[in-house]
Design a binder for this molecule. Structure first.
Ligand code: FAD
Length: 437
């Protein structure tokens, strides 16, 4: 059996036409041509998305422009951008703080438009896109084969780009040691609102850290014709979404009429959708590799899953073309390329526990209060939310002891009797500004 770099005419089978699968397909075609090899790429996609599909919020985090243009060699689809976002409001209890992200803009696009764009691009480059779900996978020393609703295919290597699709993860788990990532769940609601009202809202995403038990965090994103509201946690339910929407700080953002109309019309709500908390186990092996959410090589909480999907898809393609399709090739050249994410896992877990502890004991409003008095704490919160740095890097840059000192100092004016003179509020920190501009 030959598990070296892919040669001219060899076939790659990709399951899933989300951002990870399409990016992998595009990179195989592009880089393959540069190396003088025509790789036969067959991609199976099982879902037909319609106008009412809600798969994600649709925020495109800034590195995506570079990832598409520099790594994949395709234009960033500016025409799909519906709205620019300049930062976040972070809310907890009765406090909120505005975190302006400066030049690090995020964009809000129609949530699955990017998937269609990338899949169309892959198809134009000669990737064979087959509609219909894959029903069976076989992998042996000499080849891989899949059975799909639109027929079967044999190939040299399998790319699992199926997200957190439970059925498909089960298929791969049956024939390999692959084990899907642990996940949190999110429920999303699409709440139509008057366009004038939405245009009047600031270009900020609102992140809530409520003391609500089952809801770890909630997000309200103003789009052009509606709000997307999503809540996340281990066990989220439609009832929890209703209670989240009833929180005074959330209800003040969305017009009462819009909320009532959405609720009485049996408004659009997604089922619980999983997103990965940590990497999958054995996410690669001889003749198979997983990419995107299926591999779980993303920083939990960072909201840049699309970018991570494109980056991992492109990297897997590069490794198959230059290093090979064996377990060793994927271990040393693919998995190790994401060692910053792996090494950051314990820090990510610790931060999550701290946030849950803070929510449980009602301490997070104090953090926001203290940050309102100190520009450094504001910058730390921006680093935590933006996803540009690892958690480890943030703690190293800012220093744990220094942060605790600043936090306590920021709290002094709050503690009765307030003898210490309050420091000047940080320029971008504002309290309790929830109304649209
Ligand atoms: C509520 C929520 C909101 C989010 N919002 C954002 C956001 O705003 N910005 C952001 O960057 N990220 C966001 N994410 C994360 C982002 O959606 C994912 O990280 C990203 O979609 C992962 O891409 P992927 O290609 O790995 O998987 P997916 O996008 O899930 O694609 C997998 C594809 O595989 C197909 N498939 C699965 N099984 C089969 C099969 N058997 N046969 C054929 N096809 C199959 C599916 O139909 C699907 O199209 C959000 C996630 C959640 C849960």
């Amino acid at each position: 059996m030959r598990l070296g770099p892919l040669e001219d005419g060899q076939r790659v089978i990709i399951i899933g036409g989300g951002p990870a699968g399409s990016s992998c397909a595009i990179a195989l075609k592009n880089l393959g041509r540069k190396l003088g090899r025509d790789i036969d790429v067959v991609l199976y996609e099982g879902t037909q998305y319609g106008p009412d599909s809600i798969k994600r919020v649709g925020v495109l985090a800034p590195p995506l422009v570079q990832t598409l243009e520099n790594t994949l060699g395709v234009n960033f689809p500016c025409q799909l951008v519906a709205r620019k976002i300049v930062g976040y409001y972070l809310h907890s209890g009765r406090y909120s703080i505005r975190l302006y992200m400066g030049g690090n803009l995020s964009y809000v696009a129609h949530n699955v438009a990017l998937d269609a764009y990338l899949l169309g691009m892959a198809s134009r480059m000669g990737v064979r896109v087959l509609s219909g779900r894959v029903k069976d996978i076989k992998i042996n020393h000499h080849e891989v084969s899949v059975e799909g609703e639109s027929g079967g295919t044999r190939g040299d290597v399998l790319v699992g780009a199926f997200g957190l699709d439970s059925f498909t993860a089960g298929l791969l788990e049956k024939v390999t040691p692959y084990r899907r990532p642990r996940a949190l769940y999110s429920i999303m609601a699409k709440i139509p609102a008057p366009v004038e009202y939405l245009l009047g809202c600031e270009d900020y995403i609102h992140v809530f850290l409520p003391s609500m038990g089952e809801v770890e965090f909630g997000v309200v994103t103003p789009k052009l014709t509606h709000f997307i509201v999503n809540i996340a946690g281990r066990r989220v339910s439609h009832e929890a979404l209703r209670r989240f929407l009833a929180l005074p700080e959330v209800a003040r953002l969305i017009p009462t009429d819009a909320l009532a109309a959405w609720s009485t019309s049996g408004g659009l709500v997604s089922p619980p959708i999983p997103f990965p908390l940590e990497p999958a186990r054995n996410s690669y092996g001889d003749r198979y590799v997983t990419v995107g959410d299926a591999a779980g090589l993303v920083r939990a909480y960072k909201g840049n899953g699309i970018n991570a999907a494109c980056v991992t898809g492109a990297k897997a393609a590069e490794v198959m073309l230059t290093a090979g399709i064996s377990h060793e090739a994927f271990l040393y050249h693919y998995f190790h390329a994401f060692s910053d994410i792996i090494k950051d896992l314990p820090y990510g877990r610790a931060v999550r526990r701290l946030v849950l502890f803070g929510e449980g004991y009602g301490l997070l409003p104090l953090v926001l209060y203290a940050a309102g008095k100190d520009r450094t704490l504001v910058n730390v919160l921006i680093d935590f939310l933006s996803g540009h740095k690892t958690y480890h890097r943030i703690l190293k840059d800012w220093g744990g002891v220094e942060l605790i000192y600043r936090f306590l100092k920021g709290l002094l004016p709050w503690m009765p009797p307030a003898r210490v003179e309050a420091t000047k509020p940080a320029a971008e920190a504002t309290m309790g500004r929830l109304a649209p501009r």
